[in-house]
Design a protein around this ligand. Structure first.
Ligand SMILES: [Zn+2]
Length: 93
């Protein structure tokens, strides 16, 4: 077991835009969850790495991180998005 493998991203970290694909290797599903984790051996305590997970692999990735004591938090992917939806328009005023 080499815990330092966690320093890299489990998936391909190529495209910053529209990168909401599950971090589980070989999974192409859209991610619904973001797993926040920190490796105290290589990261500062306030640092947060993020893995994305689809519903199917959320528990697998959580277990992977929790087993190693790295897991911090699991949040919905859209949690940090501010409510920016316009009110319904077009009604009779
Ligand atoms: Zn997945």
């Amino acid at each position: 077991m080499n815990i330092f493998n966690l320093g890299g991203d489990p998936g391909a970290a190529a495209g910053p835009a529209s990168a909401t694909t599950c971090s589980r290797k070989a999974c192409r599903a859209d991610a619904s969850w973001q797993l926040l984790w920190n490796n105290p051996k290589i990261h500062t305590p306030d640092r947060r790495k993020v893995w994305l997970a689809c519903g199917e692999h959320k528990e697998w990735l959580e277990d992977y991180l929790q087993t190693r004591g790295l897991w911090k938090e699991t949040l919905p992917v859209d949690a940090e998005q501010a409510s920016n939806s316009a009110p319904t328009s077009g009604g009779n005023g």
